[in-house]
Design a protein around this ligand. Sequence first.
Ligand code: ARG
Ligand code: ZN
Ligand code: CA
Length: 417
Amino acid sequence: MFFHLALFCSSLVAFCQERRCDSVIDSSFTSFNQEIELLIAKKKKNQHRLRTEETVYVIPVVFHIIHNGEPMNQGLNLSMAQVYSQFEVLNQDFRRRNSDSLRTPKKFGGVAADTKIEFALARIDPLGVRMKEIGIHRYNGGRNIWNRTDFEALVKPPTIWNPTEYLNIWVTDLSGLLGYSKFPTGSGLQEGGGWEQSPNGAVTDGVVIDFQAFGSNKTIRQFNLRTKYSLGRTLTHEIGHFLGLIHISGDGGCEKDDFCEDTPLQDGNSYDCKGGLVSCGAENMVQNYMDYSDDTCMNLFTKEQALRMKTVLENSIRRKELLLSKVAIKPVNPNPANSILLFPNPAIKFVNIDYDNITIQSYLIYNQLGQILRQQQVSEKLYTIDFDGLSAGLYFMVFYMDKKIEIQKLLLLDQVN
Ligand code: ARG
Ligand code: ZN
Ligand code: CA
């Protein structure tokens, strides 16, 4: 059995190298690609080890909504509903839970994949503070329209959240461009076609989407979106690039490839929604998220594309770390009898508070001698409590709710600088 597997893998690598290393591809991309091929082969061989076919890869995301000072829900300051409609599409597409998966032509049905890659909204910000709008960060960029160069230089560096913990997604007006993405570092890919290198990777990594190609009008036609791009597929496509996929045509003629065996060779990208288009002797896979068709047409990633993305996720810098990130994990209540969850505990400087279906009217903080150090009326929902002025030590927090009182211990640690 072992012998059989080894033979399969080595022949696979040889096959890939023979077919895929053609001269039209620039040499550094070829070496990135060979590296990926080897890793894919290794992954196939080791599948039963660390991660199996059943493993779900979870990537925490933050949506930076870059507006121009508009009030919430107006202009570029997009509504929460629009952001969440996009988030839903993303998970549906990557997990093949999109309702239009039924429209994948029979002949491509066999290669269509649930990628087993999922996205989770960030719950805590880079300072550890619980986010009021889960997964959303709003920022006034001071302009109502952006070009790529200015956006890279003026918006990304001050707004990016640690790219090893968050997949950063910016949304703004991109002056006609639908979106663009950073390819995994080390690929040697030339800029263009929706992806670009990350020269100063850590301050610009991530994906940018135009606000009129962001979110979905599928259930309610409520958002201001361009007709052809109104189902949220631009982000699906750009995250494909972020995880190492290129356009299925390889952005060239029949001699160019996307390094995935189960997507057909295509004589260029397909536009609009032309089903039954034939090139290079086979039917174009216009339904692939990595083609150039309209959103209504797109409905699949293939198995090889999924494998490639997961291989990049497991190996690539500022990708593999995302799988270990804890920023999207919903904290579990260690004491289910409590209605209020305090985290982290021990805390430094502040504590986050999480509760549902109750109203906190006020709270008190006692020290161990039973002295009241703070007494606070609560009018809005509480997210965090600051411990300014309190020294390290053990405290008792007493919460007054409509019908009951809850007392919790909290350990405050010294700040280490
Ligand atoms: N032009 C962009 C790129 O190549 C995005 C294309 C997205 N297509 C779509 N139907 N949403 O990266
Ligand atoms: Zn693209
Ligand atoms: Ca292919």
